[in-house]
Ligand binder design. Structure first.
Ligand code: ADP
Length: 312
């Protein structure tokens, strides 16, 4: 498998802010590669470095076998995090305009169909929904039929239906052989779409791997989430290990047969809950586990469990 993107030892600072610390990664051709991390983790800086928009302080990058600035512009598509095209132009006009910048663009009608805007093609950009607007922007990034597509937070701020539409578009692109490098702070998005996931935290790459492998390795067992607006201060023991979260409790390693007993104990202590969810481990659990471990690297063997009632 050839690499569409490689980064070796990338570091970047802005004044005193370290945006990237010694980041190395490799993206296989044809894969969807998801870079995940919270706001400020360094995702945009890494995308800017990989696309040749920002020069790193240290390290080297190859894109489609060349340095980013040498690659023919028609081979790369880029959707930046903040990108607002002229508002009083339609999707058709915008795609036509951007098509004019390339020697061999795709037909506008084909791209409109790909992004599902064939019936809203004459509507001004400003009058489209958030999800439709973002799909126009993805369409602009696709007009040159790129081999490699960078999408920086493609679904941030978009409603669930719009997100689903973009997910299926990204899946179709990957099925047709386009390499997709996307950033997101939605773990579910990475889990759904990515062949490889890279976890970025405070500028450092914490782990890279297939979502299933990461979940198996770091996700822990099944768990029960209990959301309550009640104060849990002073709650007596539930007889199991619990972690407090922003919205209530998280109880790891709960078997389905144990749920009833835990609910009875909650009720016995007068705890009303809004929701109670039993779930398999997800990429979010991996991220919480790995980033907590990084923060607490002095005590790597300490489990990330807080007694009930203590704030995190
Ligand atoms: P993310 O995309 O994960 O939200 P960014 O790459 O935008 O993260 O930012 C990483 C860090 O670098 C943040 O602390 C941010 O404030 C800082 N940063 C990013 N770009 C600049 C810039 N042009 N000037 C100064 N600081 C910046």
């Amino acid at each position: 498998m050839t690499a569409a993107v490689t980064a070796e030892g990338i570091s970047k600072r802005y004044g005193d802010t370290i945006a990237l610390k010694d980041v190395s990664l490799s993206v296989d051709s044809g894969d969807v590669f998801a870079l995940v991390g919270p706001n400020g983790a360094g995702k945009t800086t890494l995308v800017r470095t990989l696309t040749g928009t920002t020069m790193p302080d240290a390290g080297s990058v190859t894109v489609l076998g060349q340095s980013p600035n040498q690659v023919k512009k028609g081979r790369i598509g880029l959707l930046p995090q903040s990108f607002t095209p002229p508002e009083r132009l339609s999707a058709r006009e915008l795609l036509g305009y951007y098509a004019g910048l390339y020697d061999d663009p795709r037909p506008v009608d084909d791209v409109l169909t790909d992004v599902g805007l064939e019936t809203a093609d004459e509507t001004w950009y400003t009058n489209l929904s958030g999800g439709q607007q973002r799909r126009v922007c993805v369409g602009i990034a696709l007009i040159n039929d790129p081999d490699l597509l960078f999408l920086d937070e493609p679904t941030t701020g978009i409603d669930p239906a719009g997100r689903q539409a973009l997910w299926s578009l990204i899946t179709d692109l990957a099925d047709d052989g386009t390499t997709v490098f996307l950033t997101t702070h939605y773990m579910e998005e990475a889990e759904q779409l990515a062949d490889q996931v890279a976890l970025l935290d405070s500028g450092s790459l914490v782990e890279v791997g297939r979502p299933t492998a990461l979940i198996e390795r770091y996700g822990g067992g099944t768990h029960l989430r209990i959301e309550t607006e009640q104060s849990l201060h002073g709650i007596e023991s539930l007889g199991v290990d619990v972690e407090t979260t922003e919205t209530g409790l998280r109880i790891p390693d709960v078997a389905p047969a144990e749920i009833g007993e835990i609910v009875s104990r909650l009720e016995a202590q007068g705890i009303d809950y809004e929701t109670l969810t039993w779930t398999e481990p997800s990429l979010e659990d991996v991220y919480l586990h790995l980033t907590t471990e990084t923060i607490n690297e002095q005590q790597p063997s300490e489990p990330a469990v807080n007694p009930v009632g203590e704030s995190q």
